[in-house]
Design a protein around this ligand. Sequence first.
Ligand code: S3P
Length: 171
Amino acid sequence: MPDRIYLIGFMGSGKTSHGKQIARMMSYEFRDMDTWIEERTGKTVSQIFKEDGEPYFRQKETEAIMALSQLEKVVIATGGGAPCFGANLELMKATGLVVYLQLTPAALLSRLKDSPTERPLLAGKSEEEMLETITGMLEQREPLYNKAHMIIDGLEGVNERVVNAIQRRIS
Ligand code: S3P
């Protein structure tokens, strides 16, 4: 197994914060896919959705995975939709350990409703509408997320036990 970890999971599941922590604990580098795309395009994710459309963003995600899969000793936080389009999930599974950060719709809502990060797929929705959207999208996406090599309970978060389990899988 290559020394590369992909964190997947729904928006707001903590892929960036937990990813940074895993990277710190393993002395790995950390990369965020959305940031990679924003740096390469010079636009925010919201701008890309508005100006270029979602299919263009999904194309950029595949390019991001292809580029980031060249790095070693790295933890990569993916966008929530990344494993759900094209051959992205297969590409990630072939080039690293894929870890799903799992949370329930209610837990995701409580993290997302006060999040400062702009998320075009949830923009302008009331809490009730957000819960409905999260529940529906998670139902569609979870069968794919569940194909990860490992599942972490998002409420437990990252600790020695979790990092040891990851280390066992990649050594
Ligand atoms: C998306 C998740 C976002 C970002 C974009 C689309 C999705 O990333 O890539 O807004 O389809 O779930 P986060 O999961 O980091 O919020």
